[in-house]
Design a protein around this ligand. Structure first.
Ligand code: GDP
Ligand code: ZN
Length: 451
């Protein structure tokens, strides 16, 4: 898809505030003409030249570098000019005003990236990766966003889309030739291919889940009876005093959150009030919020005292957790009971003995959190992904699985073809191959101006 945008847009591309250098970027058919009005003679493409930058009245705004990138080999795919001036807000705004005086218009948020997308310079997942790169909160997140920008997610999505297309051709072919003797749907390779597609989708879904966690973090709720050491554990993981630690049961009345970077894994820790029935109104409110916080969590750290067995109430609490919640049982205060840090698995549940107070065994917990968040050596090849991508992949997998079922016993090629079409559509949302105005609006409006 190649669009002809007639407007030339302009925006400050660097961060707000003062800096040694600030960049004003222009993109569109008039970019060179407008830049020439401001800077005089333009340098050769991709060569920097120092120029006096003037407003429409001829007053000098600043001296700075001018760089020209002719279409189509530019970020947006249009003629692009960068004016590198001194990074004062008044200087940069004056340059923007001068460009507007010569016919440019101020860019909407994300409009440069949107044009890059519309001109096929990048796909939608890559455009999102640019925003993720800028917003990255850790080096691991930077590396992951970089990989998405390089097309790590897009390439896999495109390969799956190609496979889906072949399958659609095959199944729709079966519909067209339904009267003939050859039974296209009985083709054993068809079933093998659709099965392989399901497995590839599952793998990509798992990797994207990891990528999403790199971007959005992993939400962990601390639960357990009062005084078992939840706040102490939160402080230990966060490496700072954030929660109130006391030995009066029920002091953590509010829900405390802490965003931490646990060796590359962005974690949101929620310390919840002891989940117990209480008469105290303030504490009751805390308990209510604790339950709400747990609704948002992906993993629950269930803390107990290593010296005590889990009682019936604990067992009930554990059992009542949302089925899809990951969980780890922490037997805390092992120092107090003369126990050594250890890891054990019982009934598919991981139990850790450690001491939040002394820090003994904390590395076991960190390793376990990394493992459950899907963070391991593979993180080195992780790409950033968004909830939107994970959702699209989940729907794609649902449609492909439905198609597989339709091609099984008592095959119905028509319904299978429709499921495959829907799968193709859902998958296409990720890279923007299949787009709607709504989707584009939703993606690009969250960018800041100048991106
Ligand atoms: P919470 O109510 O579950 O948040 O428990 P706190 O974190 O407030 O801890 C309650 C008490 O247990 C405090 O006096 C802590 O110092 C103590 N405590 C917490 N963790 C440990 C531990 O690992 N070892 C020992 N000996 N004491 C601990
Ligand atoms: Zn507490």
């Amino acid at each position: 898809m190649r669009v002809n945008t007639t407007d030339t847009i302009v925006a400050i591309a660097t961060a707000a505030g003062r800096g040694g250098i600030g960049v004003v970027r222009l993109s569109g058919p008039q970019a060179f003409a407008i830049a020439a009005r401001i800077a005089g003679r333009l340098p050769a493409p991709r060569m920097a030249a120092l120029r006096r930058l003037r407003d429409a009245q001829g007053a000098t705004i600043d001296q700075g570098l001018v760089l020209c990138f002719p279409a189509p080999a530019s970020f947006t795919g249009e003629d692009v000019v960068e004016l590198h001036a001194h990074g004062g807000p008044v200087v940069l705004q004056w340059l923007v005003d001068a460009a507007c005086g010569h016919g440019a218009r101020v860019a909407r948020p994300g409009e440069f990236s949107e044009r890059a997308f519309l001109n096929d310079r990048i796909d939608l997942a890559q455009a999102e990766a640019i925003a993720d790169l800028i917003d990255a909160g850790s080096r691991a997140a930077v590396r992951a966003a970089q990989r998405s920008l390089d097309g790590a997610l897009s390439q896999r999505v495109r390969a799956l889309a190609d496979t889906l297309l072949e399958l659609r051709v095959h199944v729709e072919g079966a519909l067209d030739f339904a009267d003939e003797d050859i039974d296209w749907l009985a083709d054993a390779t068809l079933h093998a291919r659709i099965q392989a597609l399901c497995e590839d989708l599952q793998r990509l879904l798992a990797d994207s889940g990891r990528g999403r966690r790199l971007r959005d973090g992993f939400v962990v709720a601390l639960a357990g009876r009062p005084n078992v050491g939840k706040s102490t554990l939160l402080n230990r993981l966060a490496g700072a005093e954030v929660a109130i630690v006391t030995d009066i049961a029920g002091t953590t009345r509010d829900v405390l959150r802490e965003h931490i970077d646990l060796d590359g894994l962005p974690l949101t820790l929620i310390d919840t009030a002891g989940l117990r029935e209480t008469e105290d109104a303030v504490e009751r409110e805390g308990v209510r919020r604790a339950r709400a916080a747990q609704d948002r969590a992906e993993l629950v750290l269930f803390v107990s005292d290593a010296g005590e067995c889990l009682d019936a109430a604990d067992e009930a609490l554990l059992r009542d957790l949302r089925a899809d919640l990951l969980r780890i049982v922490v037997h805390n205060k092992c120092d107090l009971h003369g126990l050594v840090p250890a890891r054990a698995e019982r009934d598919g549940l991981v139990h850790l003995h450690l001491s939040a107070a002394t820090g003994a065994g904390i590395e076991l917990l960190i390793r376990e959190l990394h493992r459950l968040a899907g963070f391991d050596e593979r993180t080195e090849t992780a790409f950033s992904a968004r909830a939107r991508h994970v959702d699209a992949l989940r729907r794609t997998l649902g449609f492909v699985s439905a198609a597989k079922a339709r091609l099984g016993e008592g095959a119905n090629a028509e319904l299978a073809a429709e499921e495959l079409r829907l799968a193709h559509e859902a998958l296409g949302e990720i890279t923007g191959r299949v787009t709607s105005e709504d989707l584009l609006g939703a993606v690009f409006s969250r960018f800041c101006i100048g991106k």
